[in-house]
Design a protein around this ligand. Structure first.
Ligand code: IPD
Ligand code: CA
Ligand code: CA
Ligand code: CA
Length: 266
């Protein structure tokens, strides 16, 4: 039997320590490289942070698996057993350019079921955390269940990419939504946008491309508070590949799917 209390304690300790290491890096020079394209950045701090988690986890839990964005651990082929899904820095572009609005994200899954989620906004020193069935917290404050809202009063996290010409979705679907909503926001860190939904600061988040490490922790939080997390076609997410992504308060999820996305048949 897994002692989740103990796993939670270690995970919180390590994520705080990782945050301290990242903060220290602000005063140092670090190398920035590009990955798939010129805007897809990675730094040695992303890699060092992921390696730090791997070392810590392997020391205490040698039989746990690790799926990290930077691929520093051995490949994860399935979600059997306990898998730590880690984004060492979510919002690397913000980290490099702005030194704020990035976070460390850890989702811990057992046989595909999310058990623990941690999102640490390092600069704001806000740790969002959930243990399945025990509520969601921002630091010591317990977050409230999500309250229904209509599109016209909703703030929706949405990147401008998806309402201009792009390869994944015709702008005719999401551009009316941006007109009807009270406002849209784009923070540049997917996990923080999910933490903001949990905290009631935002009502939905939509993107056409997201990886498991971006949402592994936030999904557990939003669902714990009664929200819905699916693909933009209203399918269950595959935790091992990229997906389109739609997290929202439940009624809003239905309203957006019906009015703007042809019930997922777009
Ligand atoms: C990115 C951020 C960004 C989202 C991208 C992600 P990274 O993660 O979450 O907000 O729009 O899709 O890849 O690369 O900074 O960890
Ligand atoms: Ca990245
Ligand atoms: Ca990310
Ligand atoms: Ca990252």
């Amino acid at each position: 039997m897994t002692n989740w209390e103990e796993v939670d304690t270690y995970a919180k300790r390590w994520i705080k320590e990782a945050g301290e290491r990242i903060k220290k890096s602000f005063s140092e020079d670090f190398v920035v490289e590009t990955k798939s394209n010129k805007n897809d950045l990675v730094t040695e701090i992303d890699k060092g942070t992921e390696q730090y988690f791997i070392t810590k986890i392997k020391e205490v839990y040698p039989d746990h698996h690790i799926l990290g964005e930077e691929g520093m651990s051995s490949r994860v082929e399935n979600l059997e057993g306990i898998v730590w899904i880690i984004d060492p820095i979510d919002g690397t572009m913000n980290f490099v350019h702005m030194q704020r609005d990035f976070a460390v994200s850890i989702g811990i899954y057992e046989n595909g079921v999310g058990q623990i989620g941690l999102i640490y906004d390092v600069v704001a020193d806000e740790l969002y955390h959930v243990k399945k069935g025990h509520g969601v917290y921002m630091n010591e404050t317990k977050l409230k269940p999500l309250v229904p809202v209509k599109v016209e009063e909703a703030i929706i996290g949405l990147n401008a990419t998806w309402v201009t010409e792009n390869k994944r979705i015709d702008p005719k679907y999401l551009s009316p939504l941006t007109k009807d909503a009270r406002g849209t926001r784009s923070f540049g860190s997917a996990c923080l946008e999910l933490a903001y939904i949990a905290a009631g600061r935002m009502d939905a988040y939509i993107t056409l491309r997201l990886s498991p490490w971006d949402y592994a922790a936030g999904k557990i939080m939003v669902e714990e508070l009664g929200g819905k997390v699916t693909s933009l076609r209203n399918e269950e997410l595959d935790m091992l590949t990229q997906n389109s992504f739609f997290a929202s308060k439940p009624e809003l999820h239905e309203e957006i799917l019906q009015k703007y996305l042809q019930n997922g048949q777009w």
